[in-house]
Write a protein that binds this ligand. Structure first.
Ligand code: NAD
Length: 295
């Protein structure tokens, strides 16, 4: 089996890497948080102490990092992937970052003889755990085909959106809409509950009516409606509010650059920013319902 270097073992990267170990890949794992590496080692991965350690012998490198800064540092830093990996290694960045940085890193990688794709994901932590993620890919056809076998061990839907950066644009369009849907869903549930309706009953009614949407049906923000979602565990372990603020910032920058109006996206960014600044950065983004409906 091929040798994989995996960097960034958080809420998403941890379970994605675990699925690759289960599929039989030889995986060397690195994260700045040693506890995240220990979990992978317990499952059969090899621990790396630096990015260079993780990638120097790898045939495939996968990264799942918070944002632009970390991706630039991990790939283009002094002891980063481009200076430490073997030429021709397949590089797959699954982080959600700006299209511009995705393009810059891909160009630097190509110049140094690497094949690279940007492959941000949708499907959340449950999709990462169950290997059912949707990959939204940017890059050259041949490289996308080269990446498919390993991506298939972590996901089940694959969209090739276009060249480098295209995957990132599609991804932030999705997340901007998700933020708007989560806020709208939170408002609707709070209103129903304020009038004495059972949140399970109102959720069931809307899920069979024209207001149905993913936030309501798969990721309900109201505690007590669903099991196995962040609202059932005090909003821990999901998609952090700070990461949603980052994605809404990327969407807004992209919209401004093309003069594309996104008024609800801008409002969602401001509401999430307030929620973040109120000390909720690491809580899952569905915790916005607490800001909207203080009861
Ligand atoms: P996370 O904060 O849980 O994990 C990020 C990990 O990267 C952490 O373990 C952190 O220690 C590590 N890290 C940071 N800088 C590093 C560095 N320089 N070197 C090595 N490791 C480093 O975040 P997450 O929820 O796993 O999200 C990761 C990416 O996936 C983000 O871009 C996010 O927007 C995107 N995403 C998240 C979800 C979700 O539901 N959580 C869904 C889709 C996409």
């Amino acid at each position: 089996m091929q040798q994989i270097g995996f960097v960034g073992l958080g809420n998403m990267g941890g379970p994605m890497a675990l699925n690759l170990v289960k599929a039989g890949y030889h995986l060397t794992a690195y994260d700045v948080m040693p506890e995240a590496v220990h979990k992978l080692v317990a499952a059969g991965a090899t621990a790396a102490k630096t990015v260079a350690d993780a990638v120097s012998a790898a045939e495939i490198v996968i990264t799942m990092l918070p944002g632009d800064t970390q991706v630039k540092q991990v790939y283009m830093g002094d002891k980063g992937v481009l200076n430490s990996g073997k030429k021709k290694t397949l590089l797959i960045d699954c982080s959600t970052i700006s299209a511009q940085v995705a393009q810059d890193v891909a160009i630097a990688a190509a110049t140094q003889g690497f094949d690279m794709i940007d492959a941000p994901v949708s499907g959340g932590t449950s999709g990462a755990a169950s290997a059912t993620l949707t990959f939204i890919i940017g890059g050259k056809n041949a490289v996308v085909e080269r990446a498919k076998p390993v991506l298939e061990k972590m996901g089940k839907n694959f969209f090739h959106a276009g060249d480098h950066g295209a995957g990132q644009i599609a991804k932030i369009c999705n997340n901007m809409l998700l933020a708007v849907l989560m806020i709208g869903t939170s408002e609707a549930l709070n209103l129903g509950v304020a009038y004495g309706l059972d949140p399970k009953v109102i959720s069931n009614i809307i899920s069979k009516s024209s207001g149905r949407n993913w936030a309501l049906e798969m990721y309900n923000p109201m505690p007590g409606v669903m099991d196995n979602v962040p609202s059932a565990r005090q909003y821990s372990g999901g998609f952090g509010t700070g990461l949603m603020v980052k994605d809404l910032g990327l969407a807004e920058e992209a919209a401004l650059a093309k003069k594309a109006p996104t008024p609800l996206g801008s409002l969602a960014r401001q509401l999430y920013q307030l929620h973040d600044q109120a000390g909720n950065r690491s809580l899952d983004f569905s915790s916005i319902i607490q800001m909207i409906g203080k009861r």
